[in-house]
Design a binder for this molecule. Structure first.
Ligand code: ADP
Ligand code: MG
Length: 390
């Protein structure tokens, strides 16, 4: 698949025309630093009230995108629109955005309550209403006991909750988040994810959220835009991207994925018949609607560990075979067992399943078949540089 056809796929996401039904639109956004393209033709339309996450590895251009939306950076090309209105001439402080950045610290000389009151006062809110709205914001982030503390007297988690309250308190229509929970420990991070999700449902703001943490993206987002090397690689609902990745990069970045070399035997609009090189097994697998393969193409088959099961050699009945090999490892991880099967050709497959099946009776060293438990999330993606399994 060419990068042009991939871009066409990204562009075919509805909503490239300016429209008030979008809380945020990025159109053809570009930015270079010293001749290096850091954001390259980013197109993204977020419906009013929608929660969209830019997910990608460090250095892929996420923060640069956010800075252009906030108005802290000028794009080299492209537009930022809120409800159909171009923001090019609007300075950062007049964009009316809530901002929760890692680096966007609280005012150190003000108490938590005063920090939260600040954006309200600037909008002319005072007296009883000011007091009540600050109180409610403090309750939302569970900081009512620390209202009079200075930021330096708070833990990292409390500071980030105060920053969140300050961004939410004036009920902005769009809130930008840049890895706001990145510095917190796992338990607190998960707690705040739940709270953030609840607040979003209750308040209905539009959110553009940046993270490199796939689990966080899955927990929070209505849709995810996966960024790789300055571009959006794929946009879609969480489950959609997980089940129908259009590239090896996306398959590996969102979730665990086994990748197997295959040859395309036949290609229909939504599914391909492929032959798996390791096992010579022939099967039908899904692919993105617009990614077409030709007969004879080399491609990669994405097999999620939880879509597979291990069975005794030749004992798999009517199920679809993936590969045959030796069971080389088996570990219990909570409810599931994760096993490893090595093929004679050198592929290593990871399988995650409940322990009640055949895997419970098998031992390390046994010859086994790896078969599909469900073909729903099988996907064929193009081979591109650096994507080949070792
Ligand atoms: P992310 O947030 O996805 O980690 P960034 O948008 O912060 O990525 O950065 C993308 C790339 O741009 C990185 O290689 C980074 O070093 C570079 N970069 C970011 N800001 C600047 C700047 N002000 N000057 C020069 N290079 C920058
Ligand atoms: Mg960043």
């Amino acid at each position: 698949m060419t990068s042009e056809s991939n871009q066409a796929l990204v562009n075919s996401e509805s909503g490239l025309e300016p429209s008030p039904e979008f809380g945020l639109q990025l159109r053809g956004l570009k930015k270079s630093f010293h001749g290096v393209k850091v954001v390259e033709d980013v197109n993204l339309s977020i419906k009013v009230g929608e929660f969209v996450t830019l997910l990608g590895p460090s250095g892929s251009g996420k923060t640069t995108c956010l800075n252009m939306v906030a108005g802290f950076l000028l794009p080299d090309a492209g537009e930022v629109l809120i409800k159909g209105r171009d923001l090019a001439q609007v300075p950062p402080e007049r964009r009316g955005l809530g901002i929760v950045f890692q680096s966007y610290a609280l005012f150190p000389h003000m108490s938590v309550a005063k920090n939260i009151a600040f954006p309200l006062k600037r909008r002319g809110i005072k007296g009883a209403e000011l007091k009540e709205r600050v109180r409610r914001a403090l309750v939302q982030v569970e900081l009512e006991q620390r209202a009079e503390a200075r930021p330096s007297e708070l833990s990292g988690g409390q500071q980030q909750r105060a920053a969140l309250a300050r961004a939410l308190v004036f009920e902005p229509s769009l809130i930008l988040f840049d890895e706001p929970l990145g510095a917190l420990d796992r338990r607190l991070r998960e707690h705040l994810q739940v709270q953030l999700r609840e607040m979003h449902e209750r308040l209905g703001f539009t959110a553009l959220y940046v993270t490199h943490d796939q689990e966080e993206a899955l927990r929070l987002s209505d849709r995810i835009a996966i960024m790789n090397e300055a571009r959006i690689a794929q946009i879609g609902a969480c489950e959609d991207i997980y089940k129908r990745p259009q590239s090896a990069f996306v398959a590996k970045f969102l979730g665990d994925a086994n990748m197997l070399k295959v040859t395309v035997l036949e290609c229909a609009p939504r599914a391909c018949t492929v032959r798996i090189e390791d096992s010579q097994a022939v099967m039908q697998a899904n692919h993105g609607e617009e990614s077409r393969f030709e007969r004879g193409d080399q491609a990669l088959l994405v097999a999620r560990p939880e879509a597979l099961t291990v069975s005794p050699a030749d004992g798999y009945g009517d199920a679809t075979l993936l590969v045959r090999g030796e069971l080389t490892d088996r570990v219990f991880v909570g409810q599931d067992v994760v096993s490893t099967v090595d093929t004679p050709q050198g592929a290593r497959i990871s399988i995650r399943e409940r322990p009640e099946g055949a895997i419970g009776q098998l031992s390390v060293g046994d010859q086994v078949d790896v078969v599909w438990r469900t073909l729903e999330s099988s996907a064929v993606v193009p081979v591109s540089a650096g994507d080949l399994p070792e």
